[in-house]
Design a protein around this ligand. Structure first.
Ligand SMILES: Nc1nc2c(c(=O)[nH]1)N[C@H]1C(S)=C(S)[C@@H](COP(=O)(O)O)O[C@H]1N2
Ligand SMILES: [Mo]
Length: 424
């Protein structure tokens, strides 16, 4: 078959001239991703499980997940900091891996312009899998970062996009690893890391030609060493780590989380910890939560309707629990007090309640209501909180009453609650 000559520009091998591009450098970045991406995938899958998606549409924005939900399990309430840890790792690691991902893509870019584009059925299949791999990676990183930076640019649809994207990506990633692991280990063995870190610019030479065509046919003079390239990417990752991790670790480090939207305690005082959505932002007015506010408790038997004063007159319980948001930030433990959900279930005539529908006064929409599971109701630290750190809840933290449950994703700790419906 006659072969068309490659069009000028990036499709010609002579276009890509970086002398450090080659299997070794690609494999160094590849190895870091090989270690990091499974952690991202597992913590992400856990984050999804933490929403209790099997409890129905209110919790789950991905009702058609089908087989992809095979691994779901009842999200535990122990240890109480579990979601703070898994989601903090997910977000921090995801942000820190961005420079590595970009470097890896840079290192293999000549492959994108392979010519001829379709040589054989096998090669076409391989290119399709690479498209899913690269597309999947870029898609997951972009949707994740948009979500943490812009607070739910796609309310409702983020989970769906990020969840399906994750499965496509991890499938392509697994295929890629199976196909390339051998080549990667060989490439890593071809040069010693320490020797490479000691090589200066004058001694930086291209790798021997490789079957993938990463090594340039017509190398330019080096302008950076491999040590420089690895160091630059590593420094970029460390910098991102340094300006992100504080939002999850908290304490003195909180102020270092310059990249995080919630890097600072908004105020001092008992209610001076992170606020996700303010009352004003979701349309809560004084009328919703003024003296006419009542808590309705539904279950078996007559509906209980209670004022805040009546709730405060009941036996109060306390729990020290953080708020941990899907965006990756979390608070220190706050000291909440209020009524145990398990006591409210008993009051509703369902002491063995298997789930509870929590509804807020917020106009229906994302995060205005949620369903919690039996293990969350019956944990003695699971509260309908009325006060925090010794003061009444502020309006922005959910006054008159909010949910706080150990290890629960922040988004399921509904604020401004006005109705609880317990079910068997
Ligand atoms: N009714 C209602 N409750 C809500 C939200 C909301 O938008 N509406 N946001 C949730 C989210 S995403 C988080 S992270 C926590 C944050 O609680 P905080 O603002 O008190 O820190 O509240 C949750 N409760
Ligand atoms: Mo959140």
């Amino acid at each position: 078959m006659a072969q068309l000559p490659a069009p000028p520009g990036p499709f010609r091998r002579g276009f890509w001239r970086s002398p450090i591009r080659g299997p070794w450098l690609t494999s160094v970045f590849g190895l870091v991703l090989l270690l990091g991406i499974p952690v991202l995938f597992v913590t992400g899958a856990l984050s999804y499980a933490a929403y209790n998606p099997s409890l129905g549409r209110l919790n789950d924005q991905t009702p058609d997940k089908g087989l992809l939900g095979f691994y779901l399990f009842d999200w535990p309430t122990h240890p109480y900091w579990l979601y703070r840890l898994t989601q903090g790792v997910h977000v921090t690691l995801g942000v820190a891996l961005v420079p590595v991902l970009l470097a890896k893509l840079w290192s293999v870019i000549p492959k994108l312009f392979e010519w001829p584009p379709l040589r054989s059925a096998a090669q076409a299949l391989e290119r399709l899998s690479l498209l899913l791999l690269v597309g999947g990676a870029v898609f997951e990183f972009i949707t994740g970062i948009l979500n943490i930076q812009l607070h739910y640019v796609f309310p409702g649809s983020f989970y769906t996009l990020h969840f399906y994207g994750a499965w496509v990506f991890i499938a392509a990633f697994t295929v890629h690893v199976c196909l390339r692991l051998g080549r990667m280990t060989k490439a890593l063995r071809s040069r010693g890391l320490l020797a490479e870190l000691r090589t200066d610019l004058a001694h930086t030479r291209p790798e021997p030609p490789d079957p993938d065509g990463l090594v340039p046919a017509d190398p330019a003079r080096p302008s950076i060493t491999r040590r420089g390239a690895v160091g630059l990417v590593g420094a970029g990752s460390l910098l991102l780590l340094g300006v992100t991790a504080g939002q999850s670790i908290g304490g003195r480090l909180r102020g270092t989380a310059l990249l995080a939207p919630h890097n600072r305690n908004p105020r001092s005082g008992p209610n001076g910890f992170q606020i996700n959505k303010t009352a004003a932002a979701v349309g809560i007015t004084a009328a919703h939560v003024g003296p006419d506010w009542r808590l309705e408790v539904h279950g078996r038997g007559p509906v209980q309707v209670l004022t805040r004063a009546q709730l405060l007159a009941m036996h109060q319980h306390t729990a020290a629990l953080p708020i941990a948001c899907v965006e990756g930030w979390s608070t220190e433990d706050q000291h909440w007090s209020g009524l145990r959900l398990t006591d409210l279930a008993a009051m509703a005539g369902l002491p063995d309640a298997g789930s509870v529908l929590v509804e807020s006064v917020q106009p229906p929409g994302p995060y205005s209501s949620v369903v919690l599971r039996g293990n969350q109701i019956h944990d003695p630290r699971a509260l309908l909180a009325l006060r925090v750190n010794g003061a009444d809840l502020s309006l922005d933290h959910g006054y008159p009453a909010r949910i706080i449950v150990p290890a629960n994703p922040g988004v399921n700790n509904t604020k401004w609650v006005h109705r609880l419906t317990f079910r068997t």
